[in-house]
Design a protein around this ligand. Structure first.
Ligand code: PLP
Length: 373
């Protein structure tokens, strides 16, 4: 009998999949974490042109093409007021790989990684895969992560903490003051802050700021991707930026596990980042409208839901049996417990679906709510 590594035995297949499988084929799917819009045409065309010209046949540099890394640096100057050297960028296979190499390069066996609970499922799994010890911490009542909670959780074994704003699964957006505090904590305690900013363009209230703006300590690495901003989840293109020595260590993992991000996707990403940004604003406006419709619907059902200020998820508190009842009636939502113990009693509803479908789903959720009360 083959033995499996303890690291991989500590990880299970995401609970989100089980929910999809439990629902029928005709179910309305409010479980998905991907925008329902097409990838902008100019990004698609750039990839097709690169393929036709034979530019995408070979490996690129391990870090990604020079042009893409320049586009990523320019994006950080434009959107985040961050001065990023293109040499300090690794293009990755989605934000997922960026998170993976960040933890793999910084976490030793037995070291702790602090992250929000409920939080994105990868933080716990990738910590385990790196041999570290997951340290989930609870949220404020508005579902944001309090900097003092992170600071209190830091011990001499802490390697890193993860900040995710706007957040999956809560839709919470951290304030600029919080982000400044996270930067200070990373600096004062000399631990790594991994800032997962993949939803940065889906902010409806407040503003997105990166902790990296507030410190020169080199203790913040920023993870981002084209996936959510440009509706490019299938292209698998993300990146990580940070201090040169950190990039060099992450590159060691990336180089051997991945070689380089997919070349056609790199050309598409370059075009997405440097081309017209209107599609980003259009998607943001559509998400905001849907969010408002969903929030009105939840309020009418009498479900408490902290106002999600970003991403495309709402996380209401729900009565016992609600999620099963909703799924039985043909609407897929994800139980909050799939995102950690702190998610017990909540459900994650994704509104990355058209308004008409969302309204139909709201009606069904209303009936389910009445049935379980
Ligand atoms: N970070 C968060 C918070 C996410 O929700 C996701 C995807 O759902 C990712 C990272 C990974 O994104 P990608 O599809 O670019 O790998």
């Amino acid at each position: 009998m083959t033995e499996f590594s303890r690291r991989v035995e500590a990880v299970s297949i995401s609970g989100i999949r089980e929910v999809f499988e439990a629902a029928g084929e005709d179910a309305i799917n409010l479980g998905l974490g991907q925008p329902d819009f097409p990838t902008p045409d100019h990004a698609r065309e750039a990839a097709v042109d690169a393929i036709r010209a034979g530019k995408a046949d070979a490996y690129t540099s391990n870090k990604g093409t020079e042009e893409l890394r320049e586009a990523i640096a320019a994006k950080h100057a434009r959107d985040n007021d961050l001065d990023v050297d293109p040499a300090d960028v690794i293009a990755t296979s989605g934000g997922s790989e960026a998170l993976h190499i960040a933890l793999e390069a910084h976490v030793d066996a037995g070291q702790e990684v602090i992250f929000p609970d409920p939080g994105f499922v990868s933080y716990d799994a990738l910590t385990n895969l790196a041999g570290g010890t997951p340290k989930p911490v609870g949220l404020r009542e508005d579902l944001t992560l309090a900097p003092e909670t992170v600071e209190d959780a830091i011990t001499e074994d802490t390697a890193a903490f993860v900040v995710n704003s706007p957040a999956n699964p809560t839709g919470a957006v951290q304030s600029p003051d919080d982000m400044r505090e996270f930067a200070r904590i990373a600096e004062d305690h000399d631990v790594l802050c991994v800032s997962d900013e993949v939803y940065e363009h889906q902010v409806f209230e407040g503003e997105h700021r990166s902790p990296a703006e507030f410190t020169d300590s080199g203790n913040v690495v920023v993870v981002n991707a084209c996936s959510k901003a440009y509706s490019m989840t299938g292209w698998r293109l993300g990146w990580v930026t940070g201090a040169s020595d950190r990039i060099e260590r992450m590159l060691r993992v990336h180089q051997y596990a991945q070689a380089c991000a997919s070349a056609p996707a790199q050309y598409a990403a370059e075009a997405a980042l440097t081309g017209p940004q209107e599609p980003v604003a259009e998607m943001r406006a559509a998400f905001e409208q849907r969010r408002n419709v969903l929030l009105d619907g939840l309020a009418e059902m009498g479900l408490e839901c902290p106002t999600p200020k970003g991403a495309f998820y709402a996380m209401p508190e729900v009565p016992a049996g609600w999620v099963d009842e909703v799924i039985d009636r043909g609407v897929v939502v994800v139980p909050g417990s799939a995102f950690g113990e702190g998610g017990e009693g909540y459900a994650r509803i994704s509104y990355a679906t058209d308004l008409e479908t969302l309204e139909e789903a709201i009606e069904i959720m209303g009936e389910a709510t009445a049935a379980v009360r």
